[in-house]
Design a binder for this molecule. Structure first.
Ligand code: GRF
Length: 203
């Protein structure tokens, strides 16, 4: 798997991916980390591990298409064929998706299809759910919508707010994202309509 990771912030999921690659548990080469925010700590994490890390400020592009075209160019130029969005706070265009068909994934901090959007943890806590979790899914043109690869569940308590629930969820994010990417690396995932089939499940 030749991977590019897109970040906008802390990059703790990126760190989980880096750690799994370095431990040999994830058969991937991290070719590039891209951020749309210059101050994203994810860029620093990448550089610490010798991974090329670049920032593209979306404000300096005339439109989304131009921004995405440049991302595609850089990702290809660095030899990546698979894209993992990890706290990347922007939607990608259909044109971006068609450059990496079936090879763009995202992680969302809620149990989709519940609580899509940018405040998944807070929305779930405020709603008063008793369980929440995280979802790794293939990306399509709608927000937090594509076929689900893996989910993990955590309890939610009445005293939770987005922060406390989010912290509990984040721990599991760090486990399931590398797992989903490893399945992708092993060529074990097939999409059939909304469903993702995992080859040799249980073996
Ligand atoms: C995670 O909660 C992820 O699910 C969401 O944004 C957050 C990113 O965290 N999309 P980090 O930058 O990986 O630490």
């Amino acid at each position: 798997l030749d991977l590019a990771v897109l970040v906008s912030g802390s990059g703790s999921n990126l760190q989980a991916v880096i750690d799994r690659i370095e431990s040999g548990a994830l058969d991937a080469r991290l070719r590039l980390v891209l951020s749309n925010k210059p101050q994203a700590y994810g860029l620093e994490r990448a550089r610490k591990h010798g991974v090329p890390a670049l920032c593209l400020e979306h404000g300096s592009f005339p439109d989304r298409e131009a921004f995405d075209a440049e991302m595609v160019r850089l990702i290809r130029e660095h030899g990546a064929d698979t894209v993992a969005m990890a706290g990347f706070m922007r939607m990608v265009t259909p044109r971006f998706l068609s450059a990496f068909p079936g090879r763009v994934v995202n992680i969302h901090p809620a149990l989709l299809p519940s609580f899509p959007g940018v405040h998944g943890q807070r929305d779930a806590a405020d709603y008063g759910v008793r369980f929440s979790g995280c979802t790794v899914h293939f990306v399509d043109e709608k927000m937090d919508n594509g076929p689900i690869i893996i989910q993990a569940v955590v309890p939610a308590y009445p005293g939770d707010d987005g922060k406390s629930l989010g912290a509990r969820i984040l721990e599991l994010e760090h486990r399931i994202y590398p797992q989903a990417l490893q399945w992708l690396a092993q060529g074990r995932l097939t999409v059939s309509g909304r469903k993702v089939l995992l080859a040799n499940e249980g073996q």
